[in-house]
Design a protein. Sequence first.
Length: 183
Amino acid sequence: MRLTQDLKLKERSFFASSSIRLLLGRTVASIDRQKKRVILDRPDSTEGEDYDRLVIATGSSRQVPNIPGSNKKGLLKLFSLEEAEEVKKNVRNSNSAIVIGSGPVAAVVSEQLSGMKIKTTLVSEARLLQGMLDRNVSSLVTSILMEEGVDVITGKKVKNFVGFDKIQCIVLDGRCLLQTLSS
Ligand SMILES: Cc1cc2nc3c(=O)[nH]c(=O)nc-3n(C[C@H](O)[C@H](O)[C@H](O)COP(=O)(O)OP(=O)(O)OC[C@H]3O[C@@H](n4cnc5c(N)ncnc54)[C@H](O)[C@@H]3O)c2cc1C
């Protein structure tokens, strides 16, 4: 299993030689803009760092649609490296998978799963990569995925997940259409 540290882009020495003081595993808990100081780890902490200029580059956070039935087993989310490992572990003995999404991650994961001989269906409310590509290139990506064996369903919204403790199918257009990840 590849660990997060195996994927680091720069060695510690890079930061030292670039006059960058690197503080890993620390959280900025609050910012005192009057004093131009960030407070580390706890808002009431006395430990912090002074700044002249502050750049906030804290990244994005996941968005998980609130689809009824999301609490059932069989639903995997994919945002972090740990979750990617979890998906990999779960699909190992599976015959089929449904991927919900329309961005690059959904497209790449679908292609990868299909390449692993898993019957893959990609369900997307929008056309694929709508925010990034024009209609023609988006269609091209859809065609390539279909050539790779992915069943692409666009323009459909997943209404809910059905099953007892484990998801058995997803509801599209009022019909329980597809069987999900199964071994
Ligand atoms: C599943 C997935 C696959 C992706 N695949 C690709 C790809 O193949 N190619 C590509 O170009 N992009 C890909 N991306 C997008 C890419 O990961 C992001 O665009 C990129 O990581 C954004 O970098 P960033 O520095 O803005 O934010 P991030 O990489 O999110 O870094 C922000 C950092 O800030 C830290 N942070 C947040 N709050 C605090 C705080 N209060 N105190 C201290 N630290 C804090 C976080 O812990 C995090 O380490 C992918 C994204 C996902 C989710």
